[in-house]
Design a protein around this ligand. Structure first.
Ligand code: PXP
Length: 238
């Protein structure tokens, strides 16, 4: 079954709005796992406006499922990831001031930059993933970089799902088939939610993991975290 990694950035956003430590992100990570999450994702940004570098160090030792750190591979990000050694690092090409990740890697232009970073992470025993659009040239580029996995950037799927879902999912199905042929593992994320996840997960083959934050934490305001996580997990059942 496809794993659900819960992105807990938004918990930190709420905490930071007031200062102090409510809600507590470490407690949130523990509870997400208790309620059935298969992994915890965090995305420390350079301005630490939600997850801070200190949060990363505190969350790392308590995750008992799978710990995924995503972000732009700046010098300080690379040092942080190498020091806490998560199970997986997902590299994202976001600018420091991006509100959220808004593009996948151009794996052709940035091939040599990414190859050496990926090699360092793999050398440290950390599984690597590259955030890419569902386009064959970027997936083929990801293969030459020797990443373990790709994470398909699903914003376009989410956008077009409401209009023509068959058309919206097609590039993702084709990308997953290509990635599998190339020997790459397949993750996906961005703008997945309780409406569009089930169709995505039942249409796209070989999907190993989805990481979901914004919609899931928002749903939890109404449903509670436990019921919400269970509902997302239900969408992933085959
Ligand atoms: N994957 C990546 C690489 C991301 O940057 C994000 C957002 O932080 C997500 C997945 C999750 O997206 P969402 O918050 O829309 O579920």
């Amino acid at each position: 079954m496809t794993k659900l990694s819960v992105n807990i950035n938004k918990i930190a956003t709420i905490r930071n709005a007031r200062g102090g430590n409510i809600p507590n992100v470490v407690e949130a990570a523990i509870n997400c796992e208790r309620f059935g999450a298969d992994g915890i994702t965090i995305h420390p940004r350079p301005d630490e406006r939600h997850i801070t570098y200190n949060d990363v160090r505190q969350i790392a030792p308590i995750v008992t499922t799978e710990f995924n750190i995503e972000g732009y591979p700046s010098k300080s990000f690379i040092e942080l990831v190498l020091s806490v050694k998560p199970h997986q690092v997902t590299l994202v090409p976001d600018a420091p001031d991006a509100i959220t990740s808004n593009a996948g890697w151009d794996t052709l232009t940035h091939q040599s930059f990414l190859s050496s970073i990926i090699s360092d992470f793999k050398g440290a025993g950390i599984r690597t993933s590259l955030f890419v659009e569902a386009k064959s040239k970027y997936i083929e580029g990801a293969k030459t970089i020797q990443t373990d996995r790709i994470e398909l950037y699903t914003e376009s799927y989410a956008q077009y799902y409401a209009i023509v879902k068959e058309k919206a999912v097609k590039p993702f199905v084709e990308s997953a088939i290509l990635a599998k042929e190339l020997g790459l593992g397949i993750n996906a994320g961005h703008d997945l939610n309780l409406d569009n996840l089930k169709y995505f997960s039942s249409s796209v083959p070989y999907l190993e993991e989805v990481s979901i934050g914004h919609a899931l934490i928002s749903d939890a305001l109404y449903l509670g975290l436990e019921k919400t996580i269970k509902s997302y997990k239900n969408c992933l059942k085959k």
